[in-house]
Design a protein around this ligand. Structure first.
Ligand SMILES: Cc1cc2nc3c(=O)[nH]c(=O)nc-3n(C[C@H](O)[C@H](O)[C@H](O)COP(=O)(O)OP(=O)(O)OC[C@H]3O[C@@H](n4cnc5c(N)ncnc54)[C@H](O)[C@@H]3O)c2cc1C
Length: 387
């Protein structure tokens, strides 16, 4: 029997974050919008740090980080609930005290140099696998690392790397054995010589293109094992996929609330548009889909906590979240009519941002491919949650 009811403690943690978002994050929204509209970053790193430290005062630090590194280690279900709360604001706030999950595979020396300073917020990383010729088909990567004495020499180009403009080190994936197609992950400091170039997108923040031109990296900077990079890459992507649709739940709830408020007050032909069936159906469909998404996300997160194979559940949550969040923001924009299309309201901002959810960390098509393949190969059953 699957039991998703929250404990008293879980409720308290969730409610604290809900209040934090309402009191500390949402009031920043007008200024964040104003800055973004004038081409500046919505929130400066120092402001983000200040907010993170404020949350830390109440113990909110490293939601998924193990206690031995000073984290809360709250588990996936709780992380999904908290991510949903944060998603209620478009201010891109994240709790401090975390690091990419694969950095925990670092050896003791690497942990001191990369993992711990990242958790502390003193260093910033980025995860670089995608290349101009290799996105969905990550196995097509061409970047190479050639052994030279105690070093490796990396050459190649990466693209669409989140955080690549700010990062001071990257976890980069390069082919180390062409014959066998073996790929290795390297921890590479910016000072070792890689360059980044911002990529303009339809969203409010841009990823980076990274260039490696004979970048020399010591052998000790291999993350995990030589030739086992793909396993790490799949762990990075696979383990936290549920967090993306979790964030979208919050965005959709907030958007639907905005749509409902507007429908109640906007009158046409002598009646609030809320009285019109066309509008009511948009509201009803959105509410049902948010609820369905919530269950898909919680189920995927619950499987992660149970250490079950959660790949099918995570792909379903990611696919449904991307598709439905885009439909919901489109409906809410429609309910607002011309106002929804303006830059006076944040609806168009969410509209642009949520579009990304259908592309990164596995496109809709790739999620469908995974889901269908699991069923066709008998790795998953159509009875889903009931097994
Ligand atoms: C803003 C942003 C941030 C990103 N952050 C990172 C990051 O931090 N690190 C990183 O490494 N990468 C990152 N990415 C890259 C992202 O993961 C890729 O863009 C994504 O995997 C798709 O790859 P692609 O763009 O090369 O599209 P392609 O793989 O070329 O796909 C093009 C189209 O074909 C479809 N398609 C591809 N293969 C199939 C198939 N077999 N069957 C049916 N349809 C198919 C795709 O779904 C898509 O619609 C980011 C991308 C963006 C836009």
């Amino acid at each position: 029997m699957v039991d998703f009811s929250l404990t008293e403690e879980q409720r308290e943690v969730r409610d604290w974050v809900r209040t934090f978002v309402r009191k500390e994050i949402m009031p920043l929204e007008p200024e964040v919008l104003r800055r973004e509209r004038s081409g500046q970053p919505g929130i400066e790193p120092s402001e983000m740090r200040e907010l993170q430290l404020k949350a830390k005062e109440s113990g909110f630090w490293g939601v998924l980080t193990p206690e031995e590194y000073g984290g809360m280690n709250l588990g996936a279900v709780m992380a999904a609930l908290l991510e949903s709360e944060l998603g209620r604001s478009f201010v891109p706030f994240r709790f401090g005290g975390s690091a990419d999950n694969i950095l925990f595979y670092a050896n003791d020396e690497q942990k001191e140099t990369y993992l711990k300073p990242t958790i502390a917020g003193d260093r910033k990383s980025c995860f670089a696998i995608t290349e101009p010729g290799a996105g969905s088909d990550a196995r097509a990567i061409r970047a190479t690392a050639r052994r030279d004495g105690d070093d490796w020499v990396i050459n190649g180009e990466k693209t669409f790397i989140t955080g690549g403009n700010e990062a001071d080190f990257t976890m980069v994936f390069a082919v180390t054995d062409k014959e066998n197609g073996a790929v290795t992950c390297f921890l590479v400091d910016r000072e070792m010589g890689w360059k980044s170039q911002p990529i303009a997108t339809m969203g409010e923040w841009g990823p980076a293109a990274l260039t490696f031109d004979n970048v020399r990296v010591p052998h000790r900077n291999i993350l995990g094992e030589e030739g086992r990079g793909f396993e790490l890459a799949m762990r990075w992507i696979g383990q936290g996929r549920y967090l993306l649709p979790a964030r979208a739940i919050g965005a959709c709830e907030r958007l639907l609330e905005m749509g409902i408020d507007y429908a109640r007050t906007r009158e046409t032909f002598g009646l609030p548009i809320a009285e019109r069936q066309a509008i009511q159906w948009m509201i009803a469909d959105s509410a049902v889909e948010i609820e369905a998404l919530r269950w898909l996300v919680l189920h995927a997160a619950w499987q992660v906590d149970q250490k079950m194979d959660s790949r099918q559940a995570q792909s379903m949550a990611k696919l449904y979240g991307g598709v439905k969040a885009n439909e919901i923001v489109d409906r809410v924009l429609q309910i607002h009519g011309g106002m929804g299309y303006t830059r006076e309201l944040p609806v168009e901002r969410w509209y642009r941002e949520l579009r990304l959810l259908r592309i990164y960390e596995g496109t809709d098509e790739i999620q469908r491919r995974t889901i269908a393949r699991n069923l066709l190969k008998g790795h998953a059953s159509v009875s889903g949650v009931l097994g």
